[in-house]
Design a protein around this ligand. Sequence first.
Ligand code: FAD
Length: 378
Amino acid sequence: MTDITDIAVVGGGLVGLMAAQCFAQSGCSVRHIYPKCTTPPNADYPISLRQSSQELLESLDLWTHEVEISSMRQLHISAVGQFGMLQIAPKNQMLAHVVSAQKLLAYMQIQVKQQENIMTTHTKVVDVESSSDEFVLICERRSWKCRRLIIADGVFSPLSRILGVRAKTYPKMMQSSICRVSTDGWPKGQGLIRKTSHSILGCIPRNKNEGWVIATQLAPEKEIHRPSVSTLRKHIEDCLSTRIGKLTDFELMSEKNSILQMRKMSSQARIIHIGNSCISTPPIGAQGLNMAIQDITACQRIQTHTNWMNNEPMAWQHQLQAYCQPRHDSWYKKISLLMEHLRNPGPLNQLSEQAVWFMLGISQQAENQLKALGLGYG
Ligand SMILES: Cc1cc2nc3c(=O)[nH]c(=O)nc-3n(C[C@H](O)[C@H](O)[C@H](O)COP(=O)(O)OP(=O)(O)OC[C@H]3O[C@@H](n4cnc5c(N)ncnc54)[C@H](O)[C@@H]3O)c2cc1C
């Protein structure tokens, strides 16, 4: 392999790893660049993955059942004052795989390292020079050349800024508190979404009577307004006790701020933005990774009949945009409407009802069944 590779992937998160593996498996030489950093031990969080996402990971050799914590087989969605249970037929159908973000990352790193045509380089890209047929990625100690560039450098995307690719951003930030809870009445495999006037509570099952609650709301303007742990516990208990019982144990694991923002998936024919650098949604959507996996699936599909390395990368770009951009646009619109709804609460309206379907990574098939039932939430 020479110093110029077909593709450089910048970013070593879940999405960068998937992109590197996908293009390496299609026969491209890949340089994968990201700083080596250790994640703090409490950085883990549950991710719910659609069945189709799990299948894509499996096809890329990036899946092992060891990363799986539990499965979600029932989903209960409710708004204030309205309760009900949706049993999705056929009985016990898999809705989503709940995985550990940290274990999935560690497993993917091991698998990607074994791929012969991926060269991993632990450094930071600080600048990019572009000519008609190659990019030069200027890193901390030396530079690397590539013909195509995949940007998966996360939500602040320094590379997109360097390249002048602007993001469309919703003005308010969201704050998500990730809590581990034990209860006295949470059935195994049951996921829940409950919307209150100012927050969305997503409950992800672990075992019988235990799981996580991700409580998301618009971020308070001032630190001083941040709810205390006891207030948060009370809020969660008040909202959820009818469904998961009384909280017997409660631990606030972490708090994350997140923004809703979107960049065009392909700003020019030889560059792709993917993962959080392309579209980042607050965890209320439970869709960040599922979206990126759908994008990787599109890349994989296009690559089988039109090689991105050909002289006409624009044809490739147009196909990718056609596959992915409408989905991104529609998702951005739905979540921004939902955020607007939290800003000016009122009864659950038609638009936020639609947005709710996509939460917790429920499968397209289940989503259609839910719609066919006519009553999505009870
Ligand atoms: C609490 C929580 C729950 C979630 N639940 C779900 C869920 O249920 N379902 C779902 O689908 N998604 C979920 N998500 C979203 C999902 O985790 C993210 O969408 C996904 O991890 C994004 O990964 P990424 O690789 O794009 O970005 P990141 O993980 O941010 O990775 C960015 C990478 O780029 C590197 N980098 C940055 N700058 C440079 C540079 N200059 N040079 C080189 N490298 C650079 C960084 O070091 C890092 O390796 C959840 C997220 C959270 C926080």
